[in-house]
Design a protein around this ligand. Structure first.
Ligand SMILES: *[C@@H]1O[C@H](CO)[C@@H](O)[C@H](O)[C@H]1NC(C)=O
Length: 522
């Protein structure tokens, strides 16, 4: 009864604040504008198809790269997703690719083996080191910092022939679900410019959803690949941790935090997930079963409708619940499987479990670097309360969510006793999924919120963060648009190292529900 009352009060306060926000948020310059529809057919092909056409000389790499540059120039003034381009370098590299293909005598197979992404443009999250490009993660104090080398996952993609065309926006030091900072400003959702693109890989989500990129890379410690992929209607894969290198990314992370951090592919077409992951994993690809043929009819499917209700967590919206039910119905009708509904009472503690996992001391008892320190680097730590006062008069270099986050982490202590509950949940879920189980779970509680509104929905990231805690692979899959034209979606989860199962399910869902939708087409 008391819980019910608190829930009702929470909902009423949230609704009231949303209304107030609506009054306070000034109309932006782009408000009400729409992305132009995709006209060039090359923008509607997967990276896999583009690479094949380039190898067969059916199209030149220069033409593909130029087509993407044109699209970025068309949409980026509206969405502010690409924060620094390298167009002329990319065009030069594309010309070298075309020359290489011209001169290659070994035939198409040799090229496919050695350089599977040869000539295809790639976008990269700005918090990843990309040689010669800005590497600030949205911190004013790091303005002007250029990356001297590539982060390993990007180096592997480049070695496979992909051509980086630019770096994309993030929240300040990647610690929020709205991509906004005082170096680059705010990134917008391609389906509705008044809404968030998500974060922290929000620039990636936005430029992919807006058809200004076909493949990109992101990282995910609480939902940073899956949330922007969901809000922007594309595919994003959170890899089993420990498979893809996380080196040379911002912010710095502790060894315990790395246990829940995953780098992975983001893309508009599901067929690019697997080849990208294979490349990004390097030699670790052998630990996954990416080449194993999967018969979806033989898998065991489970559906988990929500976290079962928890304090300060919003309920999952009816339209997202319905989208998930439709997936269950399609799976049962198409594959003849029975999708079993499951519940885990431990999910009530999702937020505490995540909070604890973010703050575990390492083996020597050293705690992770405080967020106030991260925000100050390369200078001294910031004073969050002082910055809050400065922010109130518009004079802080830091964004409000980053300051609030730094204050919260100073004031609150992680409830370490929840680790026991986490261990039980992990055991139960891993056992349930085994090596042939797939679980469906909402990606978030609602479609893309309006700008600034995540301040009220932040705790809802437990829907994605719980799988960082559980160290499981997850693919976020788009499921078409709602009545307002905003992307719906769903998380597909499997047991440890079973990344191929979630990716194969993503391929099926793309066929069944249409995958990515052109935001300009509505
Ligand atoms: C913002 O950062 C710049 C560069 O680090 C610094 O010169 C300036 O004083 C800072 N401004 C405030 C209000 O802290």
């Amino acid at each position: 009864m008391a819980q019910r009352f608190v829930d009702l009060l929470f909902r009423a306060v949230t609704a009231g604040l949303l209304w107030l926000f609506g009054l306070l948020t000034p109309k932006s310059r782009v408000s009400g504008k729409k992305l132009p529809p995709v006209r060039h057919p090359l923008l509607l092909e997967s990276a896999t198809q583009l690479a094949r056409k380039i190898r067969r000389r059916e199209v030149s790499s220069v033409e593909v790269v130029q087509t993407y540059i044109d699209r970025i120039q068309e949409v980026n003034p509206l969405i502010n997703a690409v924060v620094q381009d390298r167009f002329s370098a990319a065009l030069q590299e594309a010309a070298q690719v075309d020359k290489l293909i011209e001169e290659e005598t070994g035939g198409e197979d040799v090229l496919e083996d050695r350089l599977p992404l040869l000539g295809v443009p790639l976008s990269v999250k700005e918090s990843f080191a990309l040689q010669g490009m800005p590497h600030t993660a949205g911190s004013v104090s790091r303005k002007g910092t250029l990356a001297p080398v590539d982060t390993p996952s990007v180096a592997l993609l480049k070695r496979a022939g992909a051509i980086p065309i630019g770096v994309t926006n993030v929240p300040e030091q990647c610690m929020w679900i709205e991509s906004h900072n005082h170096v680059y400003g705010m990134t917008r959702n391609p389906y509705d410019l008044d809404r968030i693109a998500g974060g922290s890989s929000g620039g990636e989500g936005s430029i992919l959803g807006g058809a200004g990129s076909v493949i990109g890379v992101g990282s995910d410690i609480g939902g940073s690949i899956r949330l922007p992929s969901f809000f922007c209607g594309v595919f994003g894969h959170k890899t089993t941790p420990g498979i893809v290198s996380n080196d040379l990314q911002l912010p710095p992370f502790s060894s315990r935090q790395e246990e829940i951090l995953s780098t992975g592919p983001m893309c508009r077409y599901a067929e690019d997930l697997l080849p990208m992951l294979k490349i990004m994993a390097g030699p670790n690809a052998d630990k996954l079963s990416l080449d194993t043929k999967v018969d979806l009819k033989k898998l065991r499917f489970f559906t988990l409708p929500d976290c079962g209700g928890a304090p300060l967590i919003n309920p999952v919206s009816e339209e997202l619940k319905q989208a998930q039910r439709k997936v269950v119905e399609r799976l049962e009708a198409d594959l003849g499987v029975t999708v079993e509904e499951v519940h885990f009472p431990e999910l009530k503690h999702s937020y505490d479990m995540f909070f604890v996992c973010m703050n575990l001391p390492d083996n020597e008892g050293k705690e992770p670097t405080s967020f106030a320190t991260v925000l100050g680097e390369p200078g001294p730590p910031i004073w969050p309360f002082w910055e809050l006062l400065k922010a109130a008069v518009g004079k802080s270099n830091h964004t409000l969510p980053a300051i609030v986050f730094a204050i919260m982490s100073k004031l609150t202590k992680p409830p370490f006793s929840v680790l026991k509950i986490k261990e039980k949940l992990q055991q139960d879920v891993v056992e349930l999924l085994g090596s042939d189980g797939v679980l469906l779970y909402p990606t978030f509680t609602r479609v893309a919120p309006k700008h600034h509104h995540p301040l009220l929905f932040f705790n809802d990231i437990i829907y994605t963060a719980i799988f960082n805690v559980l160290a499981l692979p997850v693919t976020q899959c788009p499921l078409g648009l709602n009545e307002e034209g905003l992307p719906l979606g769903l998380q597909v989860v499997a047991g440890p190292l079973q990344d191929h199962l979630t990716i194969q399910t993503a391929l099926y869902l793309e066929k069944a529900f249409g995958g990515w939708t052109d935001p300009g087409a509505k």
